[in-house]
Design a protein around this ligand. Structure first.
Ligand code: 5AD
Ligand code: SF4
Length: 440
C-alpha cells in the first residue's frame, strides 16, 4: 500500500457545500487521498467556494494568494477550486491565479478522480459543464466508516425560481431531483454508520419531484418513506420556498412522527412592492397564510427565515413592512443580509439603496430578530424536550446536542454517548444555547 496523500478542504457557504465537500473527499479517497486538518502538510488544498453574497470571488482570490506560498515548501502540492465561484468564474480563476491546478463546478464533482490524474501529470484540469448525467450516480460509494449522529443528504439541487437577486439558478443550474430509491439507499447506509438524524438538502427542497416506485414523488411522500427507515429517528429539510408548501407537506408536519418541528421558510421582504421586484411570486399576506396553516398543523413549530434589506428601491415604508411581518410571525431563528448586487442577475443593474441607510435597517432588523430569538429561548425554560447528543461538552460529564427545535442544549449526562436521545428539562438559557437536566 502506498502512503495516502493528504487532502485539506476548506468549505464556504451553505450546507449543500458541506455535503459536497464530504462527497468530494470520498471520491478522492479512491485516488488515494485521506483528509487532513493541516493545510501546510497537504498534497491537495481544495477551496469549496460560495458565490451567494458580497465579494465572494475576491475573498477566494486573496485566500489563493496566501495558499500558493505552501507550493514553495511542497512542490507536489496541488490547489483546487470547487463550488459556485468556480462555476461563475471558470477559466478566469487560473488566469488570475496561475498557482491553481484544478477548477471544478458543482455539477462535475464525479469527474474529480480523472481530473486529479491529469493534474498529477502536471496538466491543468477545468470543468464547469452542466452534464446530463447525475453526478451523484457517478460518485463512488462511500467507505463504510462510522460517523457522527447527524448528516446532510442532498435530494434536490438547483433552482428554477429566478429571484431577481440570486445567483443560484446560474451557479447550480436548473432544478434536478434525485430518485427516491437512491435517497433511501443512502439514508439506510448513513443509519448503519451511526446517523440518527438526516437533513434533506435542496436549494428548493420542497419543490422536490423525484422518480419513485409509484411514479412522481413529492417531498411529503419522500419524508413518509424515510419515516419507515428503522434506526433513523429524526428528519429535517431545508431550504423551502413559501409557494411550494403544499397541503400534504404541511400535514406531514402535524402527522409524521420523525419530522422535526422546525421550518426554515425564507420570505426576504415584507413589502409587496419589493417582493414583486424580487420576482418572489408571493405576497406578504400569502406568506402569512402559509405560516398560519403550518401552525394549525403543528402549533409548537419553530420558524426560521431569511431576509434581505436594502434591495433596490426599498423605501423606509417597505422596510417597515418587513419589520411588521417579522413582528407577526415571531421567528425563533433568522438570517438577515444586506442586499449585495450579483453580476449576471436581473437586479444587478438597478440603482442601490444608500449604504448607510441599508446598514442602519439591517441593524434594526437584526435587533428585532434577536429579541424574538431570546424571548423564544426564554420560553423554553421549564419545558421538556428531547435532545440528540452530538458531542461531549467542555465540562466533565457534559454532553451537547440539539432539541427538536434545533436549539443547542448542554446537559450533564456522564453516562450518555454520542447518538443517544434523552428527555431533558430546560433549566436556563445562554446567548446561543440552552442548559438542561436529564429527566430519566
Ligand atoms: N444579496 C443578499 N442576500 C442574498 N441572498 C441570496 N442572494 C443574495 C444577495 N444577492 C440571501 C437570501 C437567501 C439566502 C440563502 O441568502 O436571503 O435566502
Ligand atoms: Fe435563489 Fe430564489 Fe431559488 Fe432561493 S428560490 S435559490 S433565493 S432563486
Amino acid at each position: 500500500m502506498s502512503v495516502p496523500k493528504k487532502l485539506f478542504i476548506k468549505t464556504y457557504g451553505c450546507q449543500m457545500n458541506v455535503y459536497d465537500s464530504e462527497r468530494m473527499a470520498e471520491s478522492l479517497s479512491g485516488a488515494g487521498y485521506e483528509t487532513t486538518d493541516d493545510a501546510a502538510s497537504a498534497d491537495m488544498i481544495m477551496l469549496n467556494t460560495c458565490h451567494i453574497r458580497e465579494k465572494a470571488a475576491e475573498k477566494v482570490y486573496s485566500e489563493l494568494g496566501r495558499l500558493k506560498v505552501h507550493k514553495e515548501n511542497n512542490p507536489n502540492l496541488k490547489i483546487a477550486v470547487a463550488g459556485c465561484v468556480a462555476q461563475a468564474e471558470g477559466e478566469e480563476i487560473v488566469r488570475r491565479q496561475p498557482a491553481v491546478d484544478l477548477v471544478v463546478g458543482p455539477q462535475s464533482y464525479h469527474r474529480l478522480p480523472e481530473m486529479e490524474a491529469l493534474i498529477r501529470q502536471g496538466k491543468r484540469a477545468l470543468d464547469t459543464d452542466f452534464p446530463e448525467e447525475d453526478k451523484f450516480e457517478k460518485l463512488p460509494n462511500r467507505p463504510k466508516a462510522a460517523r457522527g449522529p447527524t448528516a446532510f443528504l442532498t435530494v434536490q439541487e438547483g433552482c428554477d425560481k429566478f429571484c431577481a437577486f440570486c445567483v443560484v439558478p446560474y451557479t447550480r443550474g436548473a432544478e434536478v431531483s434525485r430518485p427516491v430509491d437512491r435517497i433511501l439507499t443512502e439514508a439506510r447506509d448513513l443509519v448503519e454508520r451511526g446517523v440518527r438524524e438526516i437533513t434533506l438538502l435542496g436549494q428548493n427542497v420542497n419543490a422536490y419531484h423525484g422518480i419513485g416506485p409509484d411514479g412522481d414523488t413529492t417531498l411529503d411522500k419522500l419524508i413518509w418513506a424515510l419515516n419507515d427507515v428503522d434506526g433513523l429517528e429524526r428528519i429535517r429539510f431545508t431550504t423551502s420556498h413559501p409557494n411550494d408548501m403544499t397541503d400534504a407537506l404541511i400535514a406531514a408536519h402535524g402527522e409524521c412522527e420523525k419530522l422535526m418541528p422546525y421550518l426554515h421558510l425564507p420570505v426576504q421582504s415584507g413589502s409587496d412592492k419589493i417582493l414583486k421586484r424580487m420576482n418572489r411570486n408571493h405576497t406578504a399576506e400569502s406568506y402569512l397564510k402559509v405560516i398560519e396553516r403550518i401552525r394549525a398543523a403543528r402549533p409548537d413549530i419553530l420558524l426560521s427565515g431569511d431576509f434581505i434589506v436594502g434591495f433596490p428601491e426599498e423605501t423606509e415604508a417597505d422596510f417597515e413592512a418587513t419589520m411588521e411581518l417579522v413582528r407577526q410571525v415571531r421567528y425563533g431563528q433568522a438570517y438577515s443580509f444586506k442586499y449585495s448586487s450579483r453580476p449576471g442577475t436581473p437586479a444587478a443593474e438597478r440603482p442601490l439603496v444608500d449604504v448607510a441607510e441599508a446598514n442602519e435597517r439591517l441593524q434594526r432588523l437584526q435587533a428585532l430578530l434577536s429579541t424574538q430569538q431570546y424571548a423564544i429561548q426564554d420560553e423554553m425554560v421549564g419545558r421538556d424536550v428531547s435532545v440528540l447528543f452530538e458531542r461531549e461538552g467542555r465540562m466533565e460529564g457534559q454532553m451537547v446536542g440539539k432539541s427538536e427545535y434545533l436549539h443547542a442544549v448542554h446537559v450533564t449526562a456522564p453516562n450518555a454517548k454520542r447518538g443517544d436521545i434523552a428527555r431533558v428539562r430546560i433549566i436556563n438559557t445562554e446567548r446561543n444555547s440552552l442548559g438542561g437536566k436529564l429527566l430519566d
